[in-house]
Ligand binder design. Sequence first.
Ligand code: ATP
Ligand code: MG
Length: 355
Amino acid sequence: MTSPYPGLELLATAVLMLDDRLQVTYANPAAETLLAHGRKHLLGAAIARVMPGNEAFVERLARAVAEDSGFNENELSLELGGQTLTLHCIAAPVAEAGDSRLLLELRELNQQLRIAREAKLAEQQQANRELIRNLAHEIKNPLGGIRGAAQLLERELPDPDLREFTQVIVKETDRLQSLMNRMLTPHRLPQIEMLGVHEVMERVRTLLLAEYPQGLAIRRDYDVSLPDMPGDKESLIQAILNVARNAAQAMAGRGEITFRTRVARQVTVARTRYRLAIAVEIEDNGPGVPQDLAGKIFFPLVSGREGGSGLGLSLAQSYVHQHHGLIEFESAPGRTRFTILLPVRSPEQAGLARH
Ligand SMILES: Nc1ncnc2c1ncn2[C@@H]1O[C@H](COP(=O)(O)OP(=O)(O)OP(=O)(O)O)[C@@H](O)[C@H]1O
Ligand SMILES: [Mg+2]
């Protein structure tokens, strides 16, 4: 069915239109999600029936209709789907083809806060990445010179035993060089194609099982109905591998990792709403992310692992952002789950021509 108000379909705010008997005549997808009812159930239903337990609110709506007036409330508590939600609510009377209607807008407050916080965090991370990138460049440039000079020096050394020292210089500059190269990688031009996310996950699974041939089990729980999505295969493999490898390392190679995929509907990432997204979950039964690191593991150079460079998750996050997605985690001893949310954009949105 085509929508009478196409412009409202992609909004993150739930929008409902009620007639003068408080029956729903329109509900956008965000309203379907908020009220946990499909449009079929909502259309024609009395508002009191689709949000039971909110008698006072329904009465206010009835008053608004009777008096042909509206109201605006910043912190409205409603019982929805078994929880109490705090919402920002606007009710406004509108006339439509001679009939009077009540337009109802509902937006979850914590959602508003979350979007603002996410946007700020993304900005900060972008600034961090720029800083690190510039720093890496500056460090990388003189390394070649240092290495070359050490080699020249080595040839001139009168005592071969002294070579041990020039060797240290050469080896350490090589180590720094490869660290800097890793920091600079995310700026390769992405090659976007339509791909199946399971193919990506199977590659990661094979790679990781080759690294940990014993003691590691990787269980798959895939939703096989997932659509293809536009993406850069190599960077998605790298992103998921970095997350999954952390899980294996946290369990010292012994334990179980679950690869899960699910469809997510009506998600908002960085202020943009998508109808459909793919949720990729990597879950392990290891000790969990150390508490003192929980707020900063996505920052570069933050590591809780002996010998870790702290780049894995920061790179994974860059790759996921390139795909307009987001990555988050929840962790407790015995169960840690990283979720990568990848919006399914159309080939046109992703700049791909359809063949
Ligand atoms: N599944 C997990 N379980 C427990 N801790 C984790 C998990 N994933 C990440 N961590 C913690 O987050 C830290 C940061 O991870 P990140 O991948 O960014 O760096 P790293 O693994 O230390 O180094 P690198 O990936 O560059 O080799 C890890 O050192 C670890 O302490
Ligand atoms: Mg890592």
